[in-house]
Ligand binder design. Structure first.
Ligand code: FAD
Length: 438
């Protein structure tokens, strides 16, 4: 067998620069083989022309081009990760494996199984924090329990951030290039079963956040950064972003903290993927009308701000945060459809889909999450539109020629829907209380 080497496994950190696990692998001084695995388990649940799959492919190609400059190449693999690892460790003399932490339940189980395999072969495993600023138990209450309320979490986060700022700068250094020398032809999309997508992931633009605090709630013009998919797939380093954010806008930084907050919630309370964070909300009796759900998905509810949002999502894979909040509230409160249906639809469509943030925000909108909006707060879509799209610019972008006089009639009347939702939530919580006493 050939000479011994270490492997770096790319996952949601698709970049060579400021990548903690990759830096550690290179700093080991051993030859580094960089790999990526297209996981069959994940691929079977998404369309071949999914824009996110295409984005991953393009990014891997860019990484490969950079590696070619160092006389190396990215090894692209496909299959069940444990089986793939069996093959890699048969093919190469691997002594150590490096990767960055992933906090989703599926990934935790996958990594555990891979680690068991590697340990059985006496291969060392080194895993690092890279995807977030603070992970797991790094920001916890004085009693060591996780925070479930955002503001005290944020205060503690900021306090700790002050103490690590210098350290974050250092991670950027990337001087070693001891990659394994190899020549390999990068696989085509067809070979990997990927089809071109009509939707592209937009570039992020940090110049837009200069007045983030003032304009972030207005969907037109959209002055948010569009950094979401780049954070999700690691094409930007969250450390670089946070260091930029503190110089630009503190409200923007607080959004990055929301992301860390939801990721630690998912890590500590993985049941949220199936159940409400506040379990008493499981007693809500949903209407779950499929005809209403279909109208919501296709943007035909008769509420133009909701319809514009859903049409933007369907056409581009993105939707402005304010509009996401309105659409989510509308589904859960006006239509009384289980938040999990909406969560699943967003997961299928959003380019920046991240389990923790999607789940956390859906539960927030439904009132059942940690630190959620109170259940009796029901957004009025018409007032939201008057406040945040007064000139109808956003609506007319996604509903060309929109005129209120000849638009589709609302599928539910606002006052009726609002009162019905408040009553239904009240009844559900009452029933939960009764069940608790029994
Ligand atoms: P910016 O406004 O420029 O913010 C920068 C970054 O801060 C975002 O990219 C994101 O990483 C983080 N951030 C901002 N707001 C939030 C928030 N409320 N919660 C967590 N992180 C935040 N965000 C996702 O990244 N993935 C999701 O799957 C997701 N699903 C959502 C579902 C619903 C129902 C709602 C209401 C919000 C959801 N969000 C999600 C949060 C937010 O809408 C997006 O992060 C934001 O719109 C992305 O656009 P941007 O990158 O231009 O964000």
């Amino acid at each position: 067998m050939s000479e011994s080497l270490v492997v770096f496994w790319f996952r949601r950190d698709l970049r060579l620069h400021d990548n903690v696990g990759l830096n550690a692998a290179l700093n080991s001084g051993k030859l580094v083989l960089p790999i990526f695995i297209f996981d069959d388990q994940i691929l079977k649940n998404i369309d071949q022309d999914d824009a996110r799959l295409n984005f991953i492919y393009d990014q891997l190609q860019k990484i490969n081009d950079q590696l070619v400059n160092y006389g190396s190449a990215l090894e692209i693999l496909k299959g069940n990760p444990v089986d793939v690892w069996k093959d890699i460790t048969d093919k190469y003399r691997v002594t150590q494996v490096y990767f960055n932490h992933d906090y989703e339940p599926y990934a935790i189980q996958r990594d555990y199984e891979v680690e068991v395999l590697l340990c059985s072969k006496s291969i060392g495993v080194h895993a690092f924090k890279d995807h977030v600023i603070f992970e797991k138990d790094e920001v916890v209450k004085p009693d060591r329990f996780p925070y479930t309320v955002y503001t005290p979490y944020k205060n503690k986060w900021l306090e700790k951030f002050e103490t690590i700022k210098e350290e974050l700068q250092e991670k950027k250094t990337h001087t070693k290039t001891n990659y394994l020398c190899r020549i390999s032809i990068f696989p085509s999309r067809e070979e990997l079963g990927i089809k071109n997508s009509a939707i592209r992931v937009p570039e992020f633009d940090l110049t837009k956040i200069k007045n983030y605090k003032k304009y972030r709630d207005f969907p037109f013009p959209d002055n948010t950064s569009h950094v979401g998919p780049h954070l999700r797939f690691g094409t930007i380093s969250v450390r670089e972003l946070a260091l930029r954010a503190i110089q630009i806008d503190e409200v923007y930084l607080s959004e990055i903290i929301w992301r860390d907050f939801f990721i630690q919630i998912l890590y500590h309370f993985p049941y949220v993927t199936e159940w409400s964070f506040k379990k008493q909300y499981e007693f809500i009796r949903w209407e779950n009308r499929t005809d209403h759900f279909e109208k919501w998905c296709s943007g035909e509810t008769g509420y133009p701000i909701v319809d514009a949002g859903m049409r933007q999502l369907n056409a581009t894979g993105t939707m402005h945060n304010r509009v996401r909040m309105v659409c989510a509230s509308f589904l859960v409160k006006h239509l009384l459809i289980d938040w999990r249906w909406g969560e699943a639809y967003f997961a299928e469509k959003l380019l920046d889909f991240e389990l923790a943030s999607n789940n956390g925000n859906w539960q927030w909108a439904a009132g059942c999450g940690c630190d959620a909006a109170p259940y009796f707060r029901v957004f009025n879509p018409s007032i939201q539109q008057e406040r945040f799209d007064p000139e109808l610019n956003y609506i007319r972008t996604w509903i060309p020629g929109y005129e209120s006089s000849n638009y589709i009639k609302p599928i539910v009347e606002h006052n009726f829907a609002r009162e019905r939702a408040i009553q239904r939530f009240k009844d559900g919580l009452h029933e939960a209380g009764m069940n608790n006493q029994n």
